[in-house]
Design a protein around this ligand. Sequence first.
Ligand code: NAI
Length: 371
Amino acid sequence: MTKPTLNVGLVGSGFMGKTHIFGYVLASRVFDLPFDINLECVAETTPELANDMRRRFGFGRSTANWKAMAEDQNIDIFDITAPNMFHKEMALAAIAAGKHVYCEKPLATNAEDALAMARAADKARVCTQVGFNYLSNPMFALARRLIAEGKLGEIRSYRGVHAEDYMSDSSAPWTWRLDPDGGGAFADLGSHTIATAEFLLGPVVSVLGSLNTIVRERTGPNGESMSVNVDDVGHALLKFENGAVGSVEANWIAKGQKMQHDFEVNGSDGSLIYTQERLNELLFFSSDDQEHMQGFRKIVSGPSHEPYGLFCVAPGHQIGYNELKAIEIMGFLKAIAGSSPEPFNFRAGARVQFLVDAVAESSATNSWKTV
Ligand code: NAI
């Protein structure tokens, strides 16, 4: 039976552009998707780069004009992997043309813009997805299930961190990540920690933030010395609606850390520990175990943790980062087909943005902020 085809228009072919391609290709091979996926067009900053990426990624067409692609009748999914400061303009243009929009995190550079994007999508009745791919990990689903089933008892405390070291070299070339419009470690990485914290524990109700610029001078686009206005390290204390308290850290100058998207959840009867560099493992402590046998047990990902088994029939053989993107895409396509809710739509992305803004505001005013 032939399926309807969705044509994808991808903006940006950097780190995330490539990850999205892996995601589409994997998803269409691994899952029984409601649609066939056609890589229709890729947009980049120059015709040469766009054409090169068309050839390498396997798109039918390329363009250096993302606006024309947003209005193109042949595009069904408008996929944004361009830098943060472009997300709003691109998404609104695509929504206005009736496209479903898949946008990388953070959804926008501030909460007001993110909300405008969510409202526009609601009004146009298009489906949306924000790229918080860590939430697609079957081990995250298991963690959330263990919490919901009461296996940890009453949830008391949470610790989250997202630390990497890609900005630790102060002489490294200038990047859009240092632009005050949407840059900074907390917008970049803190958004992931907040999304994960709420995925596991539910709503955060108040925050106390501390955002700090540690590397104050960096090499500008033309080799000149430039002062930096965005944070390198951000912390936030959190109070959750369920009464738990916690903290998150976002740090892009953590020398030696390559992918520390980690969390710890402590309850009255048990705890969970997770580290992204071992993304197929979840450590679970239960006080139900006999006292002389108590300790963190390592649960290893396998076919019983859906949809792991569709990637690999054998437990412990591991899935990876690109598979998380494929799972994210599968959820988005099912939502477009109307067979399941949007996994993490623009409303959810706007909520994260509200929390990120609240942390920044709290840091600036040195006071708790209610969200
Ligand atoms: P990147 O700098 O590697 O790639 C961005 C691409 O967008 C570049 O190829 C650039 O030429 C292109 N671009 C810029 N302006 C454009 C325009 N006007 N038209 C067409 N193309 C344009 O950046 P990266 O790391 O891929 O980040 C992109 C987005 O993905 C950001 O929003 C970032 O926060 C997010 N991201 C998400 C991650 C995740 O785990 N979900 C991880 C890394 C980034």
